[in-house]
Design a binder for this molecule. Structure first.
Ligand SMILES: Cc1ncc(COP(=O)(O)O)c(C=O)c1O
Length: 373
């Protein structure tokens, strides 16, 4: 087994063929030549595409999956699991925190006759509501709270109930944690974030331990049409080769930003799973190999947080995370997250740390100075 960086650089690369391109370009096709009885992998553009296949092979290597199915966005991938693999009458256990749109999908499941139970990510609280479950959905680390749950422990408990276990692996990426190796059945992610990391494409995927489950997920994609564009799939594959480099710099920068924030009296509740004093640390240290680029913290109120965001020069105000450019936002500006008004989600990028830290210091100073007037 080669190590992570080598795997990321080589993942899904084509066999060497003399005169062939080192990296095959994207295949743009809605229609393929197809005579007589339909046969072969490429029959119609919504069913399959060679550029997706190469990316899916690469992601399969990184996630330790039997098969991967890529989608147009993280939500298309999440919908394929929550809607495509459940039926009316099923019991589905979701986190009560985590990405709000996933929780909203739970409302749709309930409206279609599923029993939906929710419990927090922290302290493995979903373990208490697993009786009779058909599907357990975990999001660890959770966005934006950065709580962590024990994938191996919860998978074992859920499997004892006969449930499938899916983990939203968006924040960690497959180089941060491998849910299938920890016992989950599905690793689902938005590739829009750190995986592709350049803030320029939407993408999602479902990585499956069981090819039969992958067939059902693929059938859902073919039916509902949430397919990735070939250009997006190609750009995503290209981005994988630098994933380990980006994650290493971002994680280092994230810890430096977190330490700086902890040193400031006006900042409370600094969260990052790599900090030994963080409540998520004990489980994160066991199951994660890289801890991600998101730092959470709280300023005294919404007005101070807004002044801080406006004073930042290098760090842009935007909603997302995982990109090479640092961005931040006051999360309470959106409905759906139970966060303090001054809570900020800070996605730390690949800038030189001294520039990033200087920007944060001057913006905190400016936010507080303004307060005095
Ligand atoms: C944890 C998590 N899962 C899924 C998604 C949805 O991804 P997409 O925007 O690619 O649909 C997001 C988006 O922010 C997210 O943060």
């Amino acid at each position: 087994m080669t190590s992570d960086g080598t795997r990321a650089v080589h993942a899904g690369r084509a066999e060497v063929s003399p005169g062939g391109p080192f990296t095959a370009g994207p295949v743009f096709a809605s229609t393929y030549h197809l005579s007589g009885e339909p046969s072969g992998p490429f029959q119609y553009g919504r069913f399959a595409n060679p550029t997706w296949v190469a990316l899916e092979r690469a992601l399969g290597e990184l996630e330790d999956a039997a098969e991967v199915v890529t989608f147009a966005s993280g939500m298309a991938a999440i919908s394929a699991v929550l809607l495509g693999l459940t039926a009316p009458g099923d019991t589905v256990v979701l986190p009560s925190d985590g990405y709000p749109a996933t929780r909203t999908l739970g409302d749709h499941l309930a409206a279609r006759g599923a029993t939906v139970r929710r419990a927090p990510t922290a302290a493995d609280a979903q373990a208490d509501v697993l009786a009779g479950a058909n599907l357990l959905w975990l999001e660890t680390p959770s966005n934006p709270g950065l709580d962590v749950c024990d994938i191996a422990r919860l998978s074992e408990l859920a499997h004892a109930e006969g449930a499938l276990v899916a983990v939203d692996n968006t924040l960690a990426t497959p180089l941060g944690q491998r849910p299938l190796a920890l016992g989950a059945d599905l690793s689902v992610a938005s590739g829009t974030k750190a995986l592709t990391g350049h803030s320029d494409i939407l993408l999602g995927y479902v990585a499956c331990a069981d090819p039969a489950v992958a067939d059902r997920v693929r059938a859902w994609r073919t039916l509902t049409g949430g397919v990735p564009g070939p250009m997006e799939a190609w750009l995503a594959h290209r981005s994988l080769a630098t994933l380990h480099l980006r994650l290493a710099r971002q994680a280092e920068n994230a810890v430096a930003v977190a330490r700086l924030l902890q040193s400031r009296a006006e900042v409370t509740g600094v969260r990052h799973p790599a900090l030994p004093e963080d409540p998520a640390y004990p489980v994160a240290a066991r199951q994660m190999r890289r801890h991600g680029c998101v730092v959470g913290f709280t300023l005294p109120d919404a007005a101070t947080a807004d002044r801080f965001l406006r004073a930042l020069r290098l760090v842009a105000e935007a909603t997302s995370f995982g990109g090479t450019h640092s961005i931040a936002e006051r999360r309470g500006r959106w409905p759906g997250d139970a966060v303090a008004p001054g809570f900020i989600r800070f996605s730390v990028g690949c800038e030189d740390p001294e520039d990033l830290l200087a920007d944060v210091v001057q913006a905190l100073d400016a936010a507080l100075t303004d307060d005095a007037h």
